[in-house]
Design a protein around this ligand. Sequence first.
Ligand SMILES: [Zn+2]
Length: 305
Amino acid sequence: MPTKFDPRPPGREDFPPRKANIRLIAKKRDRTPSRAAPGGEGVEGVAAGEAWTTWWLWSGFCVGTLFGSFIHLVGWRVPRGESIVRPRSHCPSCGRTLSAWELVPVLSWLALGGRCRTCRTPIPVRYPCVELAAGTLFALTATHAANPIAAVAWAVFWLLLLAVVVTDLTTMRVPDVLSLPGAGVVLVLSVVSGAQRPLAAVAGMAGCALVLVLLHLVSRGQMGLGDAKLYLSIGAMLGFWGGLGSLVLASAFGTVIGYGMRWAGWLKPRQPIPFVPFIAMGVVTVVWFGHPLTRWYLHAVFGGS
Ligand SMILES: [Zn+2]
């Protein structure tokens, strides 16, 4: 039975991960003549299905890290008013244009020991982290999405979220030029892919943004309006309750990690911390762990099964 935090409309059992879905997808793929072993349903068919799932997992991961590398560039350049096409990727310190082998996601950073080859300036660990995050989210999406349109919709949503994580981490801003057109694109994709029904998507969008605007007013501007604009997309994709769940989780992550960082001395007493990374953690948790979490919560609060 769908619960309040269920980001999907009833009957849409396709996206958030369940082992049964992997099997279902694997089975569906077995039936395709070119991929299935002769006989289809037998042991060979299952093996072919598993091999196919592994193939999707790794291709999703590799494509994801490439997109992650690009979205880091977008998140870095857009708030600085730079073009995302020119100039080619270069070291921000010494300005040298990077060669192809220095642009391989994650691996180049590891091979270079996290430093520029010429000027030895450290390359922030944020680069490989964003690439790995995109790779992981793409891999999970490639193996769990019900159809190609759903896969594209979720991939675009993850990229928008990651781009804004980068802008918030580096400039403490959520640029309108990303959040507002992004919300329009995500709304269309959410409805077309069937992630949300039209009314639920619009209600989620408006409801979540309204909650954030209220929080902005109550907190006297501590919660930025940029976060409210980002929640237009999150509400459109997750629906109102899913969006609200991600916000509650984001506050919990922010409180725990924020206090931890202050306690460890990584933050000065009144130094503000960017909130979008915690929002992203909340969203990822709702999408991939929403069901077990709601079940656990309801059990803990109301008891019974
Ligand atoms: Zn350099």
